[in-house]
Design a binder for this molecule. Structure first.
Ligand code: URA
Length: 275
């Protein structure tokens, strides 16, 4: 649910503003923005459209297709556009700049930060998460909220750390989406498809020995399928590299009983790293 700009036209003191916010929260408003931002200035400036003359009925000839508007005819093949941008990036810095410039996803407009990656790009292990949440959006780094803290503890348990300088002990972390979806909703299939070429190039440039796919969005992006509860614990191959699907740390926070399986998966990863 999104907030209505009911404050327009009011001069608000702090107390009234707080009361309004409380009221909106009680009403279930948990997002100040819609998926697609509305430009109210443009709306106000727009003159009411003159009534269109009713055209004389034309004989129907052949199949009717909806006329394409300018924006529809411009509607690009987002994965193809992402792939073209990604293929030109020769370094991680160039890739980050290319992804940041990609204007194909509406979530970009509502996000505070562009969240590309964290950790040591030389690491043997690359982790792919889902998307930035509220904390990540605020800090501009992946996995810094509660799920991220759990992830750090999980990694520590097998001797890995995102801030390790030594590539043997380090991890490199990214997400399928580089912008926070509103209300922390799950990434849409079209968003995953659009960002997949960037992720593929990201993996290629970072060249880790193995991938950890945290949750369904990462599995969808890397393996083309979901069902992490079935897939976890079994090695798969993504972009030519071994990939271990695991349940997402957010799921583990909600379902502590699943930590036992996650621990088994971590041990499997540690064994592969030391093999
Ligand atoms: N969950 C994710 O998948 N990624 C983050 O960066 C934070 C939470």
């Amino acid at each position: 649910m999104t907030a209505d700009p009911i404050w327009r036209g009011f001069a608000l003191d702090a107390e009234t503003a707080l009361a309004l916010l409380d009221w909106q929260r009680e009403m279930g408003v948990d997002e100040p923005m819609l998926d697609t931002p509305v430009d109210r200035y443009a709306e106000a400036a727009r003159a009411p459209a003159p009534a269109a003359p009713v055209p004389a009925a034309a004989p129907r000839t052949g199949p009717q297709t909806a006329p394409q508007t300018a924006s529809e005819s411009d509607t690009d093949d987002l994965p193809a556009r992402a792939a073209a941008l990604a293929s030109r990036a020769e370094t991680l810095e160039q890739l980050a700049a290319a992804v940041e410039s990609f204007d194909g996803l509406d979530i970009r407009k509502g996000a505070r930060s562009f969240v590309f990656a964290d950790g040591n790009p030389a690491a043997r292990v690359m982790i792919v998460g889902e998307a930035p949440g509220e904390d990540e959006d605020r800090m501009g780094r992946p996995f810094v909220g509660r799920a991220g803290q759990l992830l750090d503890r999980m990694l520590d348990a097998i001797g890995l750390a995102r801030d390790a300088v030594d590539a043997e002990r380090a991890v490199y972390i990214t997400n399928v989406l580089t912008w926070r979806p509103p209300g922390n909703r799950a990434p849409l299939p079209a968003e995953i498809d659009a960002m997949r070429p960037f992720l593929a190039r990201h993996v290629e440039l970072a060249a880790p020995d193995l991938l950890i796919l945290m949750g369904n969005a990462a599995c969808q992006a890397a393996l083309g399928r979901q069902g992490v509860l079935r897939m976890r614990g079994k090695w798969a191959t993504a972009w030519g590299r071994p990939a271990m699907p695991m349940t997402h740390p957010s799921y583990l926070l909600r379902t502590p009983a699943a930590k036992r399986d996650a621990w088994a998966d971590l041990l499997e990863i540690a064994a592969r790293l030391s093999a």
